[in-house]
Design a protein around this ligand. Structure first.
Ligand SMILES: NC(=O)c1ccc[n+]([C@@H]2O[C@H](COP(=O)([O-])OP(=O)(O)OC[C@H]3O[C@@H](n4cnc5c(N)ncnc54)[C@H](O)[C@@H]3O)[C@@H](O)[C@H]2O)c1
Length: 261
Protein backbone atom coordinates (compact mmCIF):
# COMPACT_ATOMS: atom_id res chain seq x y z
CA UNK A 1 0.00 0.00 0.00
CA UNK A 2 2.20 2.82 -1.33
CA UNK A 3 1.40 6.53 -1.22
CA UNK A 4 3.94 7.65 -3.85
CA UNK A 5 2.83 10.91 -5.48
CA UNK A 6 0.05 11.42 -2.92
CA UNK A 7 -0.29 14.16 -0.31
CA UNK A 8 -2.15 13.45 2.91
CA UNK A 9 -3.11 16.27 5.28
CA UNK A 10 -3.48 15.00 8.87
CA UNK A 11 -5.09 17.15 11.55
CA UNK A 12 -3.89 16.20 15.02
CA UNK A 13 -0.91 14.71 13.21
CA UNK A 14 1.72 15.58 15.83
CA UNK A 15 0.81 12.94 18.41
CA UNK A 16 -1.08 9.71 19.01
CA UNK A 17 -3.12 8.12 16.22
CA UNK A 18 -2.53 11.03 13.81
CA UNK A 19 1.22 10.76 14.29
CA UNK A 20 1.12 7.03 13.47
CA UNK A 21 -0.84 7.84 10.29
CA UNK A 22 1.81 10.41 9.29
CA UNK A 23 4.59 7.88 9.87
CA UNK A 24 2.88 5.19 7.77
CA UNK A 25 2.16 7.54 4.86
CA UNK A 26 5.71 8.91 4.87
CA UNK A 27 7.30 5.44 5.13
CA UNK A 28 5.21 4.42 2.10
CA UNK A 29 6.31 7.28 -0.14
CA UNK A 30 3.62 9.91 0.46
CA UNK A 31 3.98 13.56 1.50
CA UNK A 32 2.39 14.41 4.84
CA UNK A 33 1.09 17.77 5.92
CA UNK A 34 1.02 17.74 9.71
CA UNK A 35 -1.56 20.17 11.09
CA UNK A 36 -1.66 20.54 14.86
CA UNK A 37 -1.71 23.03 17.76
CA UNK A 38 1.33 21.37 19.33
CA UNK A 39 4.20 23.18 17.64
CA UNK A 40 7.12 21.37 19.29
CA UNK A 41 5.71 17.85 18.70
CA UNK A 42 4.73 18.78 15.14
CA UNK A 43 8.15 20.22 14.26
CA UNK A 44 9.91 17.26 15.87
CA UNK A 45 7.86 14.77 13.81
CA UNK A 46 8.40 16.78 10.63
CA UNK A 47 12.21 16.76 11.13
CA UNK A 48 12.28 13.07 11.95
CA UNK A 49 10.32 12.20 8.77
CA UNK A 50 12.60 14.43 6.67
CA UNK A 51 15.75 12.96 8.25
CA UNK A 52 14.48 9.49 7.29
CA UNK A 53 14.19 10.72 3.66
CA UNK A 54 10.43 11.36 3.72
CA UNK A 55 8.37 14.39 2.71
CA UNK A 56 6.65 16.40 5.44
CA UNK A 57 5.50 19.88 6.39
CA UNK A 58 4.17 21.19 9.69
CA UNK A 59 1.66 24.00 10.14
CA UNK A 60 0.51 25.17 13.56
CA UNK A 61 -3.26 25.40 13.40
CA UNK A 62 -6.16 25.29 15.82
CA UNK A 63 -8.67 23.36 13.70
CA UNK A 64 -11.58 25.23 15.24
CA UNK A 65 -10.48 28.33 13.28
CA UNK A 66 -11.57 27.99 9.63
CA UNK A 67 -9.32 30.73 8.24
CA UNK A 68 -6.22 29.12 9.76
CA UNK A 69 -7.27 25.70 8.51
CA UNK A 70 -7.81 27.10 5.03
CA UNK A 71 -4.37 28.72 5.09
CA UNK A 72 -2.84 25.36 6.06
CA UNK A 73 -4.59 23.65 3.14
CA UNK A 74 -3.33 26.33 0.73
CA UNK A 75 0.20 26.03 2.12
CA UNK A 76 0.05 22.25 1.70
CA UNK A 77 -1.09 22.56 -1.92
CA UNK A 78 1.62 25.12 -2.70
CA UNK A 79 4.38 22.98 -1.16
CA UNK A 80 3.41 19.54 -2.47
CA UNK A 81 1.25 20.35 -5.55
CA UNK A 82 -1.89 18.48 -4.46
CA UNK A 83 -4.04 17.32 -1.56
CA UNK A 84 -5.28 13.79 -2.17
CA UNK A 85 -6.46 12.79 1.29
CA UNK A 86 -7.56 14.32 4.55
CA UNK A 87 -7.30 12.48 7.85
CA UNK A 88 -9.03 14.14 10.82
CA UNK A 89 -7.48 12.98 14.08
CA UNK A 90 -7.46 16.24 16.08
CA UNK A 91 -9.61 15.73 19.11
CA UNK A 92 -9.96 16.46 22.81
CA UNK A 93 -11.66 14.65 25.69
CA UNK A 94 -13.47 16.40 28.54
CA UNK A 95 -15.73 15.03 31.29
CA UNK A 96 -19.24 16.02 32.32
CA UNK A 97 -22.93 15.08 32.24
CA UNK A 98 -25.90 16.90 30.71
CA UNK A 99 -26.07 18.84 33.98
CA UNK A 100 -22.43 19.41 34.90
CA UNK A 101 -21.18 20.32 31.40
CA UNK A 102 -21.03 24.10 31.04
CA UNK A 103 -21.20 26.20 27.88
CA UNK A 104 -17.43 26.62 27.73
CA UNK A 105 -16.76 22.90 27.82
CA UNK A 106 -19.52 22.15 25.29
CA UNK A 107 -18.19 24.80 22.91
CA UNK A 108 -14.56 23.74 23.37
CA UNK A 109 -15.22 20.06 22.61
CA UNK A 110 -17.71 20.60 19.80
CA UNK A 111 -15.54 23.27 18.18
CA UNK A 112 -12.46 21.06 18.06
CA UNK A 113 -13.92 17.59 17.52
CA UNK A 114 -16.82 18.40 15.20
CA UNK A 115 -16.50 21.90 13.77
CA UNK A 116 -12.77 21.25 13.39
CA UNK A 117 -13.54 18.24 11.20
CA UNK A 118 -16.01 20.27 9.14
CA UNK A 119 -13.46 23.10 8.80
CA UNK A 120 -10.84 20.63 7.59
CA UNK A 121 -13.24 19.11 5.06
CA UNK A 122 -14.37 22.53 3.83
CA UNK A 123 -10.77 23.69 3.42
CA UNK A 124 -9.46 20.58 1.66
CA UNK A 125 -12.35 19.32 -0.52
CA UNK A 126 -11.75 21.93 -3.28
CA UNK A 127 -8.13 20.72 -3.54
CA UNK A 128 -9.12 17.02 -3.37
CA UNK A 129 -11.64 17.71 -6.17
CA UNK A 130 -9.01 19.39 -8.30
CA UNK A 131 -6.77 16.32 -7.82
CA UNK A 132 -9.53 14.27 -9.52
CA UNK A 133 -10.89 12.87 -6.26
CA UNK A 134 -9.50 11.33 -3.11
CA UNK A 135 -10.39 10.36 0.42
CA UNK A 136 -11.41 11.69 3.81
CA UNK A 137 -11.06 9.61 6.98
CA UNK A 138 -12.50 10.93 10.23
CA UNK A 139 -11.23 9.41 13.46
CA UNK A 140 -14.36 9.12 15.58
CA UNK A 141 -14.68 6.72 18.54
CA UNK A 142 -16.63 3.77 19.92
CA UNK A 143 -18.36 6.61 21.77
CA UNK A 144 -20.06 7.46 18.46
CA UNK A 145 -21.98 4.19 18.73
CA UNK A 146 -22.42 3.81 22.47
CA UNK A 147 -21.53 5.90 25.51
CA UNK A 148 -19.70 5.76 28.79
CA UNK A 149 -20.81 7.89 31.73
CA UNK A 150 -19.77 11.53 32.22
CA UNK A 151 -18.64 12.20 28.63
CA UNK A 152 -21.58 14.18 27.24
CA UNK A 153 -19.85 16.68 24.94
CA UNK A 154 -17.29 14.15 23.68
CA UNK A 155 -19.94 11.54 22.87
CA UNK A 156 -22.13 14.11 21.14
CA UNK A 157 -19.16 15.29 19.05
CA UNK A 158 -18.22 11.75 18.05
CA UNK A 159 -21.81 10.85 17.10
CA UNK A 160 -21.91 14.06 15.05
CA UNK A 161 -18.74 13.08 13.23
CA UNK A 162 -20.56 10.07 11.77
CA UNK A 163 -23.22 12.39 10.35
CA UNK A 164 -20.53 14.62 8.90
CA UNK A 165 -18.83 11.60 7.34
CA UNK A 166 -22.01 10.22 5.76
CA UNK A 167 -23.07 13.64 4.52
CA UNK A 168 -19.71 14.27 2.82
CA UNK A 169 -19.80 10.74 1.34
CA UNK A 170 -23.18 11.48 -0.27
CA UNK A 171 -22.42 15.00 -1.44
CA UNK A 172 -19.10 14.24 -3.12
CA UNK A 173 -19.37 10.63 -4.33
CA UNK A 174 -19.93 11.80 -7.91
CA UNK A 175 -16.65 13.68 -7.67
CA UNK A 176 -14.81 10.54 -6.65
CA UNK A 177 -14.32 11.66 -3.06
CA UNK A 178 -14.85 8.89 -0.53
CA UNK A 179 -15.43 9.64 3.16
CA UNK A 180 -15.28 7.09 5.95
CA UNK A 181 -15.00 7.04 9.73
CA UNK A 182 -12.99 4.87 12.08
CA UNK A 183 -14.23 4.21 15.61
CA UNK A 184 -11.35 3.11 17.84
CA UNK A 185 -11.62 1.49 21.24
CA UNK A 186 -9.05 2.61 23.80
CA UNK A 187 -5.65 3.49 22.36
CA UNK A 188 -2.31 3.99 24.11
CA UNK A 189 -1.74 7.66 23.27
CA UNK A 190 -1.03 10.93 25.12
CA UNK A 191 -4.81 11.42 25.33
CA UNK A 192 -5.17 8.24 27.39
CA UNK A 193 -2.15 9.20 29.49
CA UNK A 194 -3.82 12.52 30.25
CA UNK A 195 -7.14 10.84 31.12
CA UNK A 196 -5.36 8.32 33.39
CA UNK A 197 -3.49 11.16 35.13
CA UNK A 198 -6.83 12.49 36.43
CA UNK A 199 -7.14 9.32 38.55
CA UNK A 200 -5.18 9.01 41.82
CA UNK A 201 -3.98 5.62 40.54
CA UNK A 202 -3.28 6.05 36.81
CA UNK A 203 -2.21 2.42 36.39
CA UNK A 204 -5.68 1.29 37.51
CA UNK A 205 -7.14 3.14 34.51
CA UNK A 206 -4.81 1.27 32.13
CA UNK A 207 -5.65 -2.03 33.86
CA UNK A 208 -9.39 -1.40 33.57
CA UNK A 209 -9.09 -0.37 29.92
CA UNK A 210 -7.05 -3.45 29.07
CA UNK A 211 -9.56 -5.70 30.83
CA UNK A 212 -12.68 -4.26 29.19
CA UNK A 213 -11.57 -5.17 25.65
CA UNK A 214 -12.27 -8.80 24.67
CA UNK A 215 -8.74 -8.99 23.20
CA UNK A 216 -7.51 -8.26 26.74
CA UNK A 217 -5.58 -5.13 25.89
CA UNK A 218 -5.82 -1.62 24.50
CA UNK A 219 -4.58 -0.77 21.00
CA UNK A 220 -1.29 0.74 19.94
CA UNK A 221 -1.71 3.84 17.73
CA UNK A 222 -0.35 2.03 14.69
CA UNK A 223 -3.12 -0.59 14.87
CA UNK A 224 -5.68 2.16 14.31
CA UNK A 225 -3.50 4.02 11.81
CA UNK A 226 -3.19 0.95 9.56
CA UNK A 227 -6.99 0.92 9.12
CA UNK A 228 -7.04 4.68 8.57
CA UNK A 229 -4.30 4.31 5.95
CA UNK A 230 -6.27 1.58 4.15
CA UNK A 231 -9.37 3.78 4.02
CA UNK A 232 -7.26 6.72 2.79
CA UNK A 233 -5.69 4.55 0.08
CA UNK A 234 -7.14 3.54 -3.28
CA UNK A 235 -7.10 -0.11 -2.08
CA UNK A 236 -10.42 0.68 -0.37
CA UNK A 237 -11.87 2.08 -3.63
CA UNK A 238 -15.47 0.83 -3.10
CA UNK A 239 -15.74 1.86 0.55
CA UNK A 240 -17.55 5.12 1.25
CA UNK A 241 -19.90 6.36 3.95
CA UNK A 242 -18.73 3.46 6.11
CA UNK A 243 -18.17 3.37 9.84
CA UNK A 244 -15.44 0.94 10.87
CA UNK A 245 -15.01 -0.09 14.49
CA UNK A 246 -11.40 -0.91 15.41
CA UNK A 247 -12.02 -1.80 19.00
CA UNK A 248 -10.61 -5.19 19.96
CA UNK A 249 -14.18 -6.51 20.09
CA UNK A 250 -15.34 -3.94 22.67
CA UNK A 251 -18.73 -3.20 21.09
CA UNK A 252 -19.34 -6.85 20.21
CA UNK A 253 -19.64 -8.06 23.75
CA UNK A 254 -22.83 -8.19 25.80
CA UNK A 255 -22.48 -7.88 29.57
CA UNK A 256 -24.29 -10.06 32.04
CA UNK A 257 -24.05 -13.62 33.29
CA UNK A 258 -23.63 -16.34 30.65
CA UNK A 259 -25.99 -19.30 30.45
CA UNK A 260 -23.83 -22.28 31.39
CA UNK A 261 -26.24 -25.18 31.02
N1 LIG B 1 -6.81 7.43 22.57
C1 LIG B 1 -8.00 6.83 22.58
O1 LIG B 1 -8.25 5.92 23.42
C2 LIG B 1 -9.03 7.18 21.55
C3 LIG B 1 -10.14 6.33 21.42
C4 LIG B 1 -11.12 6.62 20.50
C5 LIG B 1 -11.01 7.75 19.71
N2 LIG B 1 -9.94 8.57 19.85
C6 LIG B 1 -9.91 9.75 18.99
O2 LIG B 1 -8.79 9.67 18.16
C7 LIG B 1 -8.32 10.99 17.84
C8 LIG B 1 -6.85 11.06 18.18
O3 LIG B 1 -6.73 10.79 19.57
P1 LIG B 1 -5.34 10.48 20.26
O4 LIG B 1 -5.61 9.50 21.31
O5 LIG B 1 -4.30 10.27 19.23
O6 LIG B 1 -5.17 11.90 20.98
P2 LIG B 1 -3.81 12.70 21.35
O7 LIG B 1 -4.21 13.71 22.36
O8 LIG B 1 -2.78 11.72 21.68
O9 LIG B 1 -3.50 13.42 19.97
C9 LIG B 1 -4.42 14.38 19.46
C10 LIG B 1 -3.67 15.40 18.67
O10 LIG B 1 -4.63 16.42 18.30
C11 LIG B 1 -4.03 17.68 18.55
N3 LIG B 1 -5.06 18.69 18.77
C12 LIG B 1 -5.85 18.83 19.87
N4 LIG B 1 -6.62 19.91 19.74
C13 LIG B 1 -6.32 20.47 18.54
C14 LIG B 1 -6.78 21.63 17.84
N5 LIG B 1 -7.71 22.44 18.36
N6 LIG B 1 -6.27 21.88 16.61
C15 LIG B 1 -5.31 21.08 16.10
N7 LIG B 1 -4.82 20.00 16.72
C16 LIG B 1 -5.33 19.69 17.92
C17 LIG B 1 -3.14 17.47 19.76
O11 LIG B 1 -2.16 18.48 19.89
C18 LIG B 1 -2.56 16.10 19.45
O12 LIG B 1 -1.40 16.17 18.67
C19 LIG B 1 -9.17 11.95 18.66
O13 LIG B 1 -10.17 12.49 17.86
C20 LIG B 1 -9.76 11.06 19.73
O14 LIG B 1 -10.99 11.54 20.18
C21 LIG B 1 -8.94 8.31 20.75
Amino acid sequence: MRFDGKTVLVTGGALGIGRAVCEIVAERGGAVSIVDVDQSAGEELCSSIEQAGGKAAFTRVDVSNFEDMQAAAERTHTKFGSIDSLVVSAGIQRYGTAVSTDDNQWNEVLNVNLKGAWNAAKATIPFIKSAGGGTIVNVSSVQALASQQNVLAYTVSKHGLLGLTRSIAMDFAKENIRANAVCPGTVDTPMLKWAASLDPNPQSVYDACNAMHPLGRIAQPREIAEVVAFLAHESSSFVTGAIWTVDGGLLTQIGGVPQTS
